[in-house]
Design a protein around this ligand. Structure first.
Ligand code: NDP
Length: 293
C-alpha cells in the first residue's frame, strides 16, 4: 500500500506557483491578486480564509479579505461582488460559503463574473468543465485530479465509484473522470443516499472516491483488493492522545482499508491540503488570463 501524500504534493505545487509568480513579477507585471469575501463569523470559514491568506503570502500572491458582519444584507453582498467584478486590481475572488441563511447563495455565485470565479462554482464554469472546455475547476475536485495525476494513477478504462453527489465534490469529480481526457476516460458510477446495495457497487471500484460526510463509513469489506481509495471526508472526533483533545478522521476506516488498498489518501494530510493550492493555481490562471483570454 502506498500513501498519497497530499501535504507533500501541496508543498511541491506551492513551490511551482511561487516560481511562476516570481516570473510574472520579473516580467514587470503586478503580482496576481486573490480577494475573498467573508460574511459572519463561522469558525471553519475563518480558519479557511486564514489559511488562504497565509498560503498567498508564501507564494507571493496578493490576498485581500473583505470581512462583513453576519447582519450584512444580500443587496450589500451583491454590491461588493459587483465592485470586485469591476476592480481591475483583482484577478479572481471567492465568496466564502456557507453564507448566513438570509442570503441566497445561488444568487451571489451567479453574480460573480465567470472570468473571476476562481472557486469554479458559477454555472458557466461548471458547464464549461462538463463540456471539456477551459474552465476554473473547483478546489476539491481539482485537488483530487492533481493527486491522481502526480501519483501516475491510471484512470483510463477503470471503474471509478464516487460515493456522494454534492455540487462541490462528488458530481464534479465524476464528470472530470468520465471526460475524454487524461486523467479521465474512466467508467464512472456515482452513488448517493438512494443507491441500492452501495457496498456491492463500492466493491467493484478500481478507484473509490468517498465524499459522504459519514465518519469512517467505508470499511475493508466494501473495498476491492488493490483498489485506489481517495477519502475526502473530514470529521473531528474526541481523542485523549491528542493535545487538542480531538483528532481528525475521514469517511474511510483507514487502518483496515489501507491494508487492502494499493494507494490511499490519509486524513489528515490527503485531499485536505490540496484545496488551498488549487485556489492559488486558479488565481495564477486568472492573472494570466489562461481560461478566458
Ligand atoms: P454533502 O453533505 O454535501 O453530500 C454528501 C453526499 O453523500 C450526498 O450526495 C448524500 O446523498 C451522500 N450520502 C450521505 N450519506 C450517505 C449514505 N449513508 N449512503 C449513501 N450516500 C450518502 O457533503 P460534501 O460533498 O460537501 O462533503 C463530504 C465530506 O467531505 C464531508 O466530510 C466534508 O467535510 C468533506 N469535505 C472535505 C473537503 C476537503 O478539502 N478535504 C472539501 C469539501 C468537503 P444525497 O445526495 O442523496 O443526499
Amino acid at each position: 500500500m502506498k500513501i498519497i501524500d497530499g501535504r507533500e504534493t501541496a508543498r511541491q505545487i506551492k513551490e511551482e506557483i511561487k516560481a511562476e509568480v516570481a516570473a510574472i513579477i520579473d516580467s514587470g507585471k503586478d503580482s496576481p491578486h486573490l480577494a475573498a469575501v467573508l460574511v459572519g463569523d463561522d469558525p471553519a470559514s475563518q480558519t479557511y480564509i486564514g489559511g488562504k491568506e497565509k498560503a498567498c503570502n508564501e507564494v507571493g500572491i496578493i490576498s485581500s479579505v473583505y470581512r462583513l458582519p453576519a447582519i450584512t444584507t444580500e443587496k450589500e453582498v451583491l454590491e461588493l461582488v459587483d465592485f470586485l467584478n469591476n476592480d481591475d486590481q483583482v484577478d479572481g475572488f471567492i465568496v466564502q460559503l456557507p453564507l448566513p441563511d438570509h442570503i441566497d447563495e445561488n444568487k451571489i455565485i451567479q453574480r460573480i463574473r465567470p472570468e473571476k470565479d476562481v472557486d469554479g462554482f458559477h454555472p458557466v464554469n461548471v458547464g464549461r468543465m462538463a463540456l471539456n472546455l477551459p474552465a476554473y475547476i473547483s478546489a476539491t475536485p481539482f485537488g483530487i485530479i492533481e493527486l491522481i495525476k502526480r501519483y501516475h494513477i491510471e484512470t483510463e478504462g477503470k471503474h471509478v465509484v464516487v460515493l456522494g453527489r454534492s455540487h462541490i465534490v462528488g458530481t464534479p469529480v465524476s464528470i472530470l473522470l468520465s471526460r475524454k481526457t487524461n486523467p479521465g476516460n474512466a467508467t464512472v458510477t456515482l452513488c448517493h443516499s438512494k443507491t441500492k446495495n452501495l457496498a456491492d457497487v463500492a466493491r467493484t471500484a478500481d478507484i473509490l472516491i468517498v465524499a459522504l460526510g459519514q465518519k469512517e463509513f467505508v470499511t475493508a469489506d466494501m473495498v476491492k483488493k488493490d483498489a485506489v481509495v481517495i477519502d475526502v471526508g473530514i470529521h473531528r472526533v474526541p481523542s485523549d492522545e491528542a493535545k487538542s483533545g480531538y483528532k481528525l478522521v475521514g469517511d474511510v476506516k483507514f487502518d483496515k482499508v489501507s491494508r487492502k488498498a494499493s494507494f490511499i489518501t490519509p486524513v489528515p494530510g490527503g485531499v485536505g491540503p490540496m484545496t488551498i493550492v488549487s485556489l492559488l493555481s486558479n488565481t495564477l490562471k486568472a492573472a494570466r488570463k489562461e481560461i478566458y483570454s
